[in-house]
Design a protein around this ligand. Structure first.
Ligand code: NAD
Length: 263
């Protein structure tokens, strides 16, 4: 029980990567503040999935905070502090994608993606890091993307925000260096989640491909291993960053991209 007695906020944990991370942290005994959208059934299913993995003493809470809204984020952090006593681990993961050429990119979508993918991490960090420094232990893990390091067409908002998150990660790492707090970014390539399935569906419809052929095409274009990473694997990576062995890893943008960014 590596994380017994520690408490974590995992944003966007009703689905995909965030749910995998929440399950991994709960399995090591951490209290978890779940967050994210979905139907009542989907949210309940996520809670059950995490509780099933969790240590019996772990407290599992849920916040419906809209991570594009600073006031909602503040309320969620306050709820976590009240419920757990402290916040030791923050995983900034909530995200969406929107694809369009830059000249056609809807302004409202740009604003929403920047708020969700970049500003949200600023808010959760500014609201938790001082307490982490006081307690001399903390872990901030930003789920960026290989798109925090390299670009693709049609993803101007996403790529800009993810590069921004990598920059924020570096600044927070420098400001917390030597305090017992670390801040790192994980940069996955393709992970098969609902966010990516939508892109597979769009490719399949556009090029009249089967689901399997569209998956193979998507992987073949960018990811040399030609295999998806899994939410479970990313959960394991977060656990390692939360371990004492990772104390000297800070300010890093760590890829988990099947070789995508090596090309
Ligand atoms: P997903 O669609 O499965 O999950 C996204 C989560 O974010 C859900 O819980 C959703 O409810 C939540 N969310 C969306 N908008 C929100 C809002 N305004 N407020 C609060 N929660 C909100 O997607 P995923 O693939 O698991 O993506 C998770 C993160 O991983 C994202 O930041 C994404 O950019 C990043 N990422 C994904 C991949 C991939 O291939 N899937 C690759 C690299 C990075």
């Amino acid at each position: 029980m590596q994380l017994k007695g520690k408490s974590a906020i995992v944003t966007g944990s009703t689905s995909g990567i965030g749910l995998g991370i929440a399950q991994a942290l709960a399995a090591q005994g951490a209290n978890i503040m779940l967050n994210g959208f979905g139907t009542a059934e989907e949210i309940e299913a996520a809670k059950v999935a995490v509780k099933t993995k969790a240590h019996p003493e772990a407290v599992i809470l849920y916040s419906n905070a809209d991570m594009t809204k600073a006031s909602d984020i503040e309320a969620m952090v306050n709820d976590a502090k009240a419920g757990f006593g402290a916040v030791d681990i923050v995983v900034n993961n909530a995200g969406v994608q929107h694809t369009a050429l830059v000249e056609e990119f809807p302004v409202a979508k740009w604003d929403m993606l920047l708020a969700l993918l970049l500003s949200a991490a600023f808010h959760t960090t500014r609201l938790t890091v001082a307490d982490m420094k006081t307690r001399k232990w903390g872990r901030i893990v930003n789920i960026a993307s290989v798109h925090g390091l390299v670009a693709s067409t049609m993803k101007s908002a996403y790529v800009s925000a993810k590069h921004g998150v990598v920059g924020l990660t570096k600044v927070v790492a420098l400001e917390t260096a030597g305090t017992g707090v670390t801040c790192n970014a994980i940069c996955p390539g393709w992970v098969l989640t609902p966010l990516v399935q939508k892109q597979i569906d769009a490719l399949a419809a556009k090029e009249q491909l089967s689901n399997e052929d569209a998956k193979a095409k998507l992987l073949g274009e960018k990811q040399p291993t030609k295999a998806f990473a899994t939410p479970e694997e990313i959960g394991e990576f977060v656990l390692f960053l939360c371990s004492e062995g990772a104390q000297q890893i800070t300010g890093a943008a760590l890829t988990m991209d099947g070789g995508w960014s090596a090309q």
